[in-house]
Write a protein of this length. Sequence first.
Length: 265
Amino acid sequence: MKPRQQLGRQEDHIQLKQRIIHYQSEIVAYEHKLKSLQASIEKEKVRNQFLQEKLYSIEDQQLETYQKEIYELKEKLTKLEVELEEEKNRSTQLQQKVVSAKHPVESPKEKPVEAIANIQAYFAYSTLLPATEDDDLTIIGDFVIKNTGTKALHDMIVCIKLSPIDAGTLSGKIATKKSQTFIESDIDWVFLHENWKDKIKNNGEYWIKCVDPNPLQPNDTIVFPQFDISLPKNEEQHSVVVDGFVYSKELPKGTFSLNKIIVNY
C-alpha cells in the first residue's frame, strides 16, 4: 500500500473517532436535558394535584359553612319565637300592673355580651422531593388564617420563620412598600419592614402584612397563597422547621399556627 493512501486512511480514522466523541457528548447533554424536563413535569404534576385538592377542600368548606349558617338561622328563629312569646306574657303582666298601680315596674336591662378576639392559622402544603441529588427539595402551599372570635380583626401581620436561618428561601406573592405593585395586581401581602432582607438574613423571619383595608370579620378567612420554599441540600443539617405566627391590632402578642412544617433529611 502506498504511503499516501495509508496516511489518508489514518486521517479518516481520526475524523471518525472525533465524530463519535462529539455524538457521545451530545447524547449526554440530551440525557441531562431529558432528566431536567422530567423533573419539571413531576413538579407541575404535584402542583396541579395540590391545586385540585385545594379546590375540593374549598368546596367542602363552603358546603360546611352553608350548613352551619342554616343551622344557626334555625336556632335563631327558635330563639326569636321563644322571646316573642315571653314578650307577649310580659306585656300582659305590665298592662295588669298599670291598672292596679300608678308606676309600672321597669324590666332590668340585659348586659351586653363582650366580643372576643381569636385567630386560628395553619399550613396547607405539599412536599416535592428532588429528582436528582443536585436538585432542591421544594415545599408549596398556603398559609390560612381564620377569625374564630366574635370581634373584627384589623392590621393582620404574619411571621414565617425558617430554622436554621440559612436552611432555604421562601418566595410568594409579596410586594415591597416602595414598589406599590399590589395596587394594580392581585397581591394582598407586603413586607412589613423596610430592612426585610436583614430580618431574613439575621433571624430567618419573613414578616408580611395584609394590605386589604377591610377588617377580618368573625368566621371569615384570609390566605397567604401559593408560597414556595426551596431547601438546598446541606450535608451539615439534617432537619428544617418552618413555624407560623399571626398578629393583629386586637392580638398584639400574636398566636402560633396550629401546625408547623418539619423536614428531616
